[in-house]
Design a protein around this ligand. Sequence first.
Ligand SMILES: Cc1cc2nc3c(=O)[nH]c(=O)nc-3n(C[C@H](O)[C@H](O)[C@H](O)COP(=O)(O)O)c2cc1C
Length: 243
Amino acid sequence: MTRALPAFGGWSATAESPAFAPASLVEAARRFREPVALVQDPASGAVGVGFGGQGVAGDPAATGAWPLLASLSPLYPEWLGDRSFTDTHGLRFPYVAGAMANGISTARLVAEMGAAGFLGFFGAAGLAYDRIVAGLDEIERLLPDPAMAWGANLIHSPTEPDLERAAADLFVKRGVKRVSASAFMKLTPSVVRYAAAACGSSPTAASTASTTSSPRSAGPRSPATSWSPRRIACWRPWSPKAP
Ligand SMILES: Cc1cc2nc3c(=O)[nH]c(=O)nc-3n(C[C@H](O)[C@H](O)[C@H](O)COP(=O)(O)O)c2cc1C
């Protein structure tokens, strides 16, 4: 005997029958932008999902409708997070693919993230200077639109201060607008130089973006085109104070 779960109404399909099979449920999980009716098959007790359709008043046992267990609202990934984050960076989605050292976050990953409306950071840490240059070249080559958002990692390199300085200078020279500064336990001349290059041309530069939650509307965003580097992430705690 099947156990009837508490239903708060009925639901009837219009265009397509509800899905109960595991493979169909996996497929249905991709349709998160559509409202979903969670229904139970009174015969088998299986719980499934329905799209479209309509609510039916009255006892489902009497009306013949599927018992309706819950209604799920559409979910738009564009609506997650803080709208100011997507506005600031000209993104569609409030998602960041963090830098992963030694080029694990590849130029291609960064370019594809940017093209899809996400924000990716090139894993410049641990790479020789020439490979960082090559990575920036490749990102610029692969990115469909130079205004699309992307960034690179400026990592603190206490044992290689020249490399840290050269990377910061390179990011300034090449106009890399977003830098994820990581492993800094205190400010160094290189990271200050990068931030100062931003402050010289934009009053809002070097501000810290956040990803707190608030709803917002979907829709295309205008990519930020001005030269305004921003520190958006720190891998290790950032301390502006002297030790
Ligand atoms: C293999 C690997 C390498 C990473 N290298 C760096 C790095 O060089 N610089 C950095 O700021 N973060 C680095 N990270 C941290 C990631 O950018 C990211 O912040 C972290 O994985 C947390 O995100 P997650 O919870 O989505 O994994 C690395 C992470 C991984 C897994």
